[in-house]
Ligand binder design. Structure first.
Ligand code: FES
Length: 177
């Protein structure tokens, strides 16, 4: 605590020395705080800036529910919708939809046909080698769970198919039109 000069009483030499020492200490403390603040700012600013760069200014997320076209646009077998990262499977009048988003870190899986041309196709992820059976069940690689199945419905206004990625359904779920 600093000693103050009493009004009207001159300081003794020892009091003046103490007062100078206290002022020096206060200056040192002040400079120490300024220095620490400058170091914190120098370290913190780049860290904050690099963290901010990980957050995009604009989110390009697709709507959860969207129209993908009429039934006639989908051939028998599989159709890959690149824009939506979905596979639509058609078997006559029956449809189902499997997400192409790998359940490991979200890369887009691809259909892999058996080399000998027989047997069932699979989904393979090019990023870290996860493999999924034709029903989306994960069986190799780091993927922790099967591919998602999404609900499909028919739009009442124009008959287009609507995929609802907010509605994950069981792998046995089918839409019959
Ligand atoms: S993102 Fe598919 S295996 Fe890693």
């Amino acid at each position: 605590m600093s000693k103050r000069k009493t009004a009207g009483k001159p300081e003794t030499p020892s009091e003046a020395g103490n007062s100078k020492e206290i002022k020096k200490q206060e200056r040192r403390d002040f400079l120490k705080y300024v220095g620490a603040g400058a170091v914190a700012a120098a370290i913190g600013a780049p860290v904050l800036m690099s963290a901010r760069s990980c957050i995009p200014n604009v989110l390009y997320e697709l709507p959860v529910k969207f129209k993908i076209g009429k039934l006639a646009q989908f051939a028998e077998g599989s159709t890959f919708l690149r824009e939506y990262r979905l596979f639509i499977f058609r078997d006559g009048q029956t449809l189902h939809c499997i997400s192409a988003r790998c359940t490991h870190l979200g890369c887009t899986v691809q259909i892999a046909k058996p080399k000998d041309g027989t047997g069932e196709f699979e989904f393979h992820c090019p990023c870290h080698g996860s493999k999924f059976k034709s029903d989306g069940t994960n069986y190799a690689g780091p993927a922790p769970r099967p591919l998602d199945y999404y609900k499909i419905e028919v739009a009442p206004d124009d008959g287009q198919l609507i995929v609802d990625t907010g509605a994950v359904v069981d792998k046995s779920w089918r839409l019959t039109v």
